[in-house]
Structure formats: structure tokens, C-alpha cells
Design a protein around this ligand. Structure first.
Ligand SMILES: Cc1ncc(COP(=O)(O)O)c(C=O)c1O
Length: 442
């Protein structure tokens, strides 16, 4: 065992960082060492305003006492319980709490450890559901261009991000994609849901005609695409998708990994848009990002299709060692309580108009070609530098950090999604800093 390797804390070479320009980072590291409320603290002692709730996950803000205490207590009381054929109370409590806050009709909860695993789980449930009902030919999955559904093979197959797909071979077979709904020519600078594009859902009819409804298991979409640059559903689009999927017996999966837990000012996007899917995938805000956890919610109809056959047999051959982990469950329960006690979803809804106003005041600044928003989400799209896509936004990200503001970029799009505890003064601080950054951009 080679423990004595003379490693020092500032040796950055071993850690191969995820979704990171490793060489650039290690040449000029950006280290966070503490956090409280709306702010991170950097290694050099600066307070950085968190404009992104970590990675869209710390919706209640950082180091919230109730969550911290729940985790500390749980780890000392029951650290781990086998997830298969055994239970512990907190996983059941959390499942019930989730069901109670979800739109009516979502009745059952399957725990995972991340958004990616929630997506794989939902896709497997969809295929197995049809098989359980004697429609085993329904195996085809339909995603959407510019969709992001995590990084596992199912997720990247139904997802629609080129760089996320093209490196990894042939992916799943039997997958097709709807067109994305981003129509800058018609919808640029729209506040909230855009007017144009509901008809893009009709493309599903084309795929049904092509493949046959009896081969299609499910359609998966983000009700609002976050990671690919905040792409909002056009008015009427989700309703239309629901109508067509229902007509053809196709399950509709909403990937709510980002839109869940108050981001749009409602518990879930399904509630916000008034469209009930058959399955919902969640993660991130479920535990405020504190302990990895995800969950798939299903209707009774989906769940009950599995509950047949001999009672001693496992109904759904799927699960993770850490599904419903006690510490994650305790974090989840404390997180949902914090949301409720502090009225954080209501705060997001109340501040959304102020956020929208402040965000759209950036219109007219150099290189800004579109601005999009909903709830406490905002995106500023920049004109790419010719021949150097992503560089302009990445520079904005680095410059914002210099000004003690953390934003996120995807391509040449700046995305913002602050903790839902934000107040008006902090919104002013965020957009004040971003204005300075944008004004100074080449
Ligand atoms: C819509 C959506 N699905 C899935 C994922 C993947 O989640 P994770 O990174 O927890 O695996 C993400 C992450 O951003 C997401 O935005």
C-alpha cells in the first residue's frame, strides 16, 4: 500500500475534474473553502455571491442549520441500512413528503443518487411498464434536441447535446429526437414563455407515423431545459405533448432535475405549467445538494402495473446500493422542511417579476443577443467570438468571479439560478456586477 507518496494538499494532478477544462483550472485554480447563505468563501478569503445555487442545487442556500443538524444526527444514529429487502423509517417518510408536495397524481417514489440515475431509472421503468402490461414491443425512447438528461448511456442517448454524445460511440439503439424549441428569430428577448413554437410538439406525430405508436415507450423532455442554456417551453407546447403522448399510449417523462423544488416558484414545473406527466425525475434540490440523492416519481397507474405475480418476487429488477440512504433521506426531509418553513418557493414566485426586470435591463449591453427568464432562472446569450465559440462567455465567467460573483456558462450562454432565499438587494448586487462584466467584455 503506497500511502507515503509525499502528496501535498496543493497537488492538483490526481483529481481528474468533471466537466472542467482541467489544464486551464490547474494553471489558475478557483477554490471554494466555505459557504453560508447566499455566499461562498474562496481560499483567499473573498465572499462570492452564489448566482447559481451551486450547480442548480442549493435552493435553500448554503450551510442551512436544519439540514446540517439533521445530517450530523443521522450519521451518528443509523449511518447505513441495506437498500434491498430492508428498510428504515426516514426513506418512507421522505417518499411520503415528496408525494405530498408533488402535483396530485404522482403517488410513488423510487430513490436514486443523482439526476443521471433518475433518468436511467425512469427510462427503465417506462420500458418495463409496457412489458408488464403485455406491450413488450414498446421499447423506443424519444428525447429532444438540446435536451440534457445527465451523463449515463440512456441519458446521453435521449439527450440532444452534440459534444455529450459524439465521443461515446453508438449509444442506445431505438432512440429518436423531437426538434428543440429554441427559436431566436421569433422569440428573442421574450419575458417568460415564448409565443412561438407550440407546433414543434406535433413532430411527435411524425415519429409515431414513422415508427408506429406500438413501438414507442416514452417521450422524455425537460419542461424547461436548463443546462443547455435555459430554453423555455413555448406557450401550449407541453400541453400539446401531453395530448399526443396520451392519445398514443406513450408515457411522458418530465426531467425535473433542475425545475423541481421551487426553481420556477412552484414545487415542480408540472404544477407550474399545469401538465401532469406519467413520471418525473428529480435530484439536486431534493437534498439542497448536501448529500447526493435523486428520486423518480410515478403515477399509481405506472407503479401498479408492476405489482403483479407471486408476492415473494421482486417486481422491478432495479435499484442502487444507496437508494434511500439514511443520511440522504435525513437531508431530504430537513431540506423539504426548510423550503416549507421559510416559504422559499413563495419567495421565488414573489421575486420573479423583480428578477425578470433586473435581468432584462441587460438588453443593449455589448454582445447580448438574447435574454430569457422564468421563476428565478435567467439566461443571457452572447454573440460568440467568430471561430472561438464559448470563449466570450467563459471570459465573462472568469471576470465575474474576479468581481465576487459566481455565474455559469453553457456555450456562449450565461445562466443564473440563485438560491431561492435571495432578496432584492442581492438581486441588485448580482446584476450590478454582471453589468460591469458585460460592459468590459471584448
Ligand atoms: C435536466 C437534468 N437531468 C439530469 C441531470 C443530471 O444530474 P446529475 O448531474 O445529478 O447526474 C441534470 C444536471 O444538470 C439536469 O439538468
Amino acid at each position: 500500500m503506497a500511502l507515503d507518496r509525499n502528496s501535498s494538499p496543493n497537488d492538483l494532478s490526481a483529481f481528474w475534474m468533471p466537466f472542467t477544462a482541467n489544464r486551464q483550472f490547474k494553471a489558475a485554480p478557483r477554490m471554494l473553502v466555505g459557504a453560508e447563505g447566499m455566499y461562498y468563501r474562496t481560499a483567499d478569503g473573498r465572499q462570492v455571491l452564489d448566482g447559481t445555487a451551486g450547480l442548480w442545487c442549493c435552493n435553500a442556500g448554503h450551510c442551512r442549520p436544519k439540514i446540517t443538524e439533521a445530517v450530523q444526527k443521522q450519521v451518528a444514529e443509523l449511518d447505513y441500512a441495506p437498500a434491498f429487502q430492508m428498510g428504515h423509517p426516514k426513506a418512507f417518510e421522505l417518499a411520503s413528503a415528496l408525494r405530498d408536495m408533488a402535483p396530485e397524481g404522482m403517488e410513488h417514489v423510487f430513490f436514486t443518487n443523482s439526476g443521471s440515475e433518475s433518468v436511467e431509472t425512469a427510462l427503465k421503468i417506462a420500458i418495463a411498464y409496457h412489458r408488464a402490461r403485455g406491450e413488450g414491443a414498446r421499447t423506443r425512447l424519444i428525447g429532444r434536441e438540446r435536451g440534457y438528461h445527465g451523463v449515463n448511456f440512456g441519458g446521453i442517448s435521449v439527450g440532444g447535446i452534440g459534444p455529450n454524445r459524439k465521443m461515446f460511440g453508438s449509444l442506445l439503439t431505438g432512440v429518436d429526437h423531437l426538434p428543440h424549441t429554441h427559436l431566436p428569430d421569433q422569440n428573442a428577448f421574450t419575458r417568460g414563455q415564448p409565443e412561438h413554437g407550440a407546433n414543434l410538439a406535433d413532430d411527435l406525430e411524425r415519429l409515431v407515423a414513422l415508427h408506429g405508436a406500438d413501438t414507442i415507450a416514452a417521450v422524455i423532455v425537460e419542461p424547461m431545459s436548463g443546462s443547455t442554456g435555459v430554453l423555455l417551453p413555448p406557450k401550449g407546447y407541453l400541453e400539446r405533448l401531453r395530448e399526443i403522448t396520451r392519445k398514443h399510449g406513450i408515457l411522458l417523462i418530465f426531467d425535473e432535475v433542475i425545475t423541481g423544488f421551487g426553481r420556477l416558484g412552484s414545487s415542480f414545473a408540472a404544477e407550474h405549467f399545469g401538465v401532469l406527466p406519467d413520471l418525473m425525475t428529480t435530484a439536486k434540490g431534493l437534498t439542497n445538494g448536501v448529500i447526493p440523492m435523486g428520486a423518480v416519481l410515478t403515477t399509481a397507474g405506472v407503479h401498479d402495473a408492476f405489482m403483479q405475480g407471486p408476492e415473494h418476487m421482486i417486481e422491478f429488477f432495479h435499484g442502487y446500493t444507496y437508494s434511500g440512504n439514511p443520511i440522504a433521506s435525513a437531508a431530504g426531509l430537513a431540506t423539504l422542511e426548510t423550503y416549507r418553513e421559510e416559504g422559499l418557493f413563495e419567495n421565488a414566485a414573489a421575486l420573479a417579476p423583480y428578477w425578470e426586470e433586473a435581468l432584462h435591463s441587460l438588453k443593449g449591453l455589448p454582445h447580448v443577443i438574447d435574454i430569457r427568464n422564468m421563476g428565478l432562472i435567467g439566461a443571457v446569450e452572447l454573440e460568440p467570438i467568430a471561430g472561438e465559440p464559448t470563449k466570450r462567455a467563459f471570459t465573462a465567467f472568469l471576470n465575474a468571479l474576479e468581481k465576487d460573483l459566481m455565474i455559469r456558462t453553457t456555450g456562449d450562454i450565461i445562466a443564473m439560478s440563485p438560491p431561492l432565499m435571495i432578496n432584492k438587494a442581492q438581486i441588485d448586487e448580482l446584476f450590478g456586477k454582471l453589468t460591469d462584466v458585460l460592459k468590459a467584455l471584448d
